[in-house]
Ligand binder design. Structure first.
Ligand code: 0RA
Length: 620
């Protein structure tokens, strides 16, 4: 068979993608696997945002494949100038997508906008059905190469696109799609793109879910504020400026925390960026302008004063998003800052002027925040009062003997029995154990006043010895590492989330400066030929067992089940253990997953936490 220049290029592209999948989809683990699906879903979301489709159905099939179906116009099937149907070009040419877009940009893309040809290249097989102009078309590919021509296989009265693909097992380490990860992403997409109906059908076990919101990001904000006390109705701003779509929902509450969730092209921009900078500037300017115009004796508020108690979702859609940063989640397009700032300034100022009663409440809240901040600062200047918390070490702390903070480690362990094992297992020279009981208070809901009355919070803060909240001083931290060690089960994961939220809210520098870690206890112990092996994930165990016929497998349910030697060997010994360093993003995401994306269903929430805690292990 002879190849045309065109075909040779396609084959070259395919080979490039299959050789370095990580360059296109970030990796070949759980994340990369789901990336394929995000890419396909993004295409349908774009069609919906263009106004041609309102329903997207995602199916997980028993054979390991996934499919995405939309009721849009259908990918064009006519002959392209290259002598092939347009749909085949879309499916096989790298970055061919753009050519067919009438609009200058694809909205959903951005981070995952690598094109569906990448999904095709990384699939054992991929099938596409296009319903268009009364006819149903079909084509199949294997590892990116067409195995049939595009054929008309029937008539239809509908229009739309359906894509089904099976990720290539020779490329991906993980090949099982996770219902909860997908449901969570669809929930997020439904908040960010109101009016699109997402259905998720798991044909492996019959589970189904529908994700749809009528009010979009406004609903997102009301979910975040579910247990807080808002001081006014949600403010909703939407505008189109210089080709960008800007949408913002804002609500102030009487809590002390700021909760701003920024998105760019449907991607959660954890690292912030120009849209966030514009938002902050516009917000501060609008409130100060309102204060200056309407209050006697008003001196301008700082951004911090303004943002206390703020809950907001900021969603921008820009033509050519540029992302930078460690996790590629920082938006850097400079023009968007000015656009967001001017929209927020003018729309918010107008809203404040139309709602004077609410406006006064918001200004009062800002003034109180400023007063509290100034009072705290004065107090700090008078005495570096960390007194009450650090004078006495808590009774349940088994401290270590080393005096060098940099080599000292604090293990925060859940439960008496695990605490007991850890105390026996540790090296008392440099490892301290603090056993906390039951669940630590949820500080997101309680606030500092109540949190400080909580015994567990007090014990943690005293042991660390560096104060709490605005008083926190990382120079005084008594340990070089603070390690959260919880059971590898649902409750353990829950406690981990609560602790992360606590540290994020009251000792953020601890995370920023890299003090905080999560211990990784093994999930399984296997005895084989008089050797003892430990496994930290289901996958590791499966891989090991595939090569062997029989072995004695023991599942660790809790830290308390291990004897001290085992605990030392697997989890605490600095020479062998695995520690995950906690980042600000981890802490933020833990909270967001918990409070927003998991929905109301407590059962599935429990299941999710179990799965998610395995994820952390898989992602190492
Ligand atoms: C380009 C042009 C047209 C539709 C699409 C792309 C399209 C792509 C995907 C991918 C998944 N679902 C999709 N739905 C539509 C239509 C051009 C026209 O009909 O004039």
């Amino acid at each position: 068979m002879e190849y045309s220049a065109e075909q040779i290029e396609v084959l070259g592209d395919l080979e490039a993608v299959r050789k370095r999948p990580g360059m296109y989809i970030g990796g070949v683990g759980v994340r990369g696997l789901h990336h394929l699906l995000w890419e396909v879903i993004d295409n349908s979301v774009d069609e919906a945002l263009a106004g041609y489709c309102d329903t997207i159905v995602v199916r997980l099939h028993p054979d390991g494949s996934a499919s995405v179906e939309d009721n849009g116009r259908g990918i064009p099937t006519g002959m392209h100038e290259l002598g092939k149907p347009a749909v085949e070009i879309v499916m096989t040419k790298l970055h061919a997508g753009g050519k067919f877009k009438k609009k200058a940009y694809r909205i959903a893309g951005g981070l995952h906008g690598v094109g569906v040809s990448v999904v095709n290249a990384l699939s054992e097989w991929l099938e596409v059905w296009v319903s268009r102009k009364g006819r149903l078309h079909y084509q199949k590919y294997e590892r990116g190469i067409p195995v049939s021509e595009l054929k008309v296989i029937g008539e239809t009265e509908e229009s739309g696109t359906r894509l089904r693909f099976k990720p290539d097992e020779t490329i991906f380490e993980a090949v099982r799609y996770d219902f909860d990860i997908i449901s969570q992403r669809l929930r997020e997409l439904s908040y960010l793109n109101k009016g699109i109906r997402f259905k998720l059908i798991d044909e492996r076990d019959g589970k189904e879910e529908e994700l749809f919101t009528e009010k979009g990001i406004t609903e997102y904000v009301s979910v975040v504020n579910k247990n807080r006390e808002p001081i006014h109705d949600i403010i909703h701003i939407t505008s189109e400026k210089n080709g960008a779509i800007i949408e913002i929902a804002i609500q102030f509450t009487d809590t002390e925390f700021e909760n701003v969730f920024p998105f760019a092209n449907n991607i959660h921009t954890i690292e912030g960026g120009t849209h966030v900078a514009g938002f902050r500037a516009g917000l501060t300017r609008a409130i100060n302008e309102y204060g200056r115009k309407n209050l006697r004796k008003f001196s301008p508020l700082s951004g911090m004063d303004v943002r206390e108690g703020l809950t907001a979702v900021l969603s921008v859609k820009v033509p050519e998003p540029q992302f930078e940063g460690q996790t590629k989640t920082k938006l850097t397009n400079s023009e968007i800052k000015t656009s967001v700032e001017s929209v927020v300034y003018s729309e918010l100022l107008e809203w404040l002027e139309e709602h004077p009663a609410e406006a006064n409440k918001i200004i009062d809240k800002c003034l109180i925040s400023r007063k509290a901040r100034e009072a705290a600062k004065r107090a700090r200047e008078l005495v570096r009062k960390r007194g009450e918390l650090s004078l006495t070490l808590p009774g349940k702390l088994a401290d270590c003997s080393s005096r060098k903070p940099e080599e000292r480690e604090l293990f925060i362990v859940e439960g008496e029995s695990a605490g007991g094992s850890a105390k026996q297992a540790r090296n008392r020279e440099f490892q301290a154990i603090l056993a906390i009981r039951g669940k630590i208070i949820n500080v997101e809901k309680a606030g500092l006043g109540k949190a400080l009355k909580n015994e567990e919070v007090k014990a943690i803060a005293s042991a660390i010895g560096a104060g709490i909240g605005s008083d926190f001083d990382s120079d005084s931290v008594r340990y070089g590492k603070i390690i959260i060690m919880t059971d590898a089960d649902v409750d353990g994961a829950h406690i981990k989330t609560l602790l992360l939220t606590f540290f994020y809210r009251y000792m953020r520098p601890l995370i920023e400066q890299g003090y905080l870690y999560i211990a990784q206890p093994p999930l399984y112990r296997v005895k084989k030929d008089k050797k003892t092996l430990y496994f930290y994930s289901d996958r590791e165990l499966e891989e090991f067992m595939e090569k062997r016929d029989k072995a004695d497998v023991q599942r660790f349910k809790g830290l308390g089940e291990m004897n001290p030697d085992q605990l030392w060997d697997t989890t605490m010994d600095p020479a062998k253990r695995i520690l995950l360093q906690v980042t600000i993003e981890d802490a933020l995401e833990a909270e967001r997953l918990f409070s927003v994306l998991m929905g109301e269903d407590v059962e599935s929430r429990r299941e999710f936490i179990v799965k998610h805690s395995k994820e952390a292990v898989l992602d190492i």
